[in-house]
Design a protein. Structure first.
Length: 216
């Protein structure tokens, strides 16, 4: 027979092992949905844990060839309360081509920072394609339009537009505006959005420019 003390230790070890292995990646999504070579891509990884409270200990990503290798470590407790969370990864603009986002989740017991288990909890991959901007040959370093005021309270006046396509994104990469063939002047109203940083991209005459807008 196994002594009671050893039995308790074995039981706790088995509980921790099963707890770590039961963590899972439920979904991977990204924005923008059709990224181009000038887009910063944001990946959202939905995670599920059987016990609380799953604080993140560390996270990171790197690019190897055509693969974005991402990983995160979460710390799980002993309470049998489910914990669902989402990790976000930012990937700077990539060259056109087909890519894979490969995510590995590791878990550890105890408060952060915790030590990951011997075996990774889960792994999931998501394929995506980065498209080139057809016909665009040059990026204007200093831009071709005027923006005033910037920073502003949410209203930006865009001047010197000449058959210009306008795209506006929030800090998470969500597309807020997409207008075609704008001319002369346009009043960009972001007063209904929270304060912070927004990104404006303009496309005109086979050239494109990027701007940072600040709403104070």
């Amino acid at each position: 027979t196994i002594p009671m003390k050893k039995l308790v230790i074995i039981t706790l070890l088995l509980f921790k092992l099963s707890n770590v292995l039961s963590q899972s990646i439920s979904n991977i999504s990204y924005t923008p949905s059709n990224p181009t070579t000038i887009d910063t891509i944001y990946f959202y990884v939905d995670l599920m844990f059987p016990s609380s409270d799953c604080p993140i200990s560390n996270t990171g990503s790197s690019i190897v060839g055509q693969t974005v290798i991402a990983s995160s470590l979460h710390c799980v407790g002993m309470l049998a309360t489910p914990c669902n969370t989402t990790d976000t990864f930012m990937v700077l603009p990539l060259a056109s081509g087909n890519y894979t986002f490969d995510m590995t989740l590791s878990s550890g017991s105890g408060p952060a920072p915790c030590t990951p288990g011997i075996v990774a909890s889960d792994n999931l991959s998501q394929s995506f394609t980065v498209s080139s901007l057809t016909g665009l040959t040059n990026e204007i370093e200093n831009g071709t339009i005027r923006i005033s005021p910037n920073p502003s309270n949410g209203v930006f006046i865009l001047s010197d537009l000449k058959n210009t396509n306008l795209l506006v994104y929030d800090i998470l990469g969500n597309e807020l505006l997409n207008l075609k063939n704008m001319n002369q002047k346009y009043k960009l109203d972001l007063t209904n959005y929270p304060k912070g940083i927004f990104f404006l991209k303009t496309i005109t005459n086979r050239e494109y420019s990027s701007y940072r807008l600040i709403k104070k």
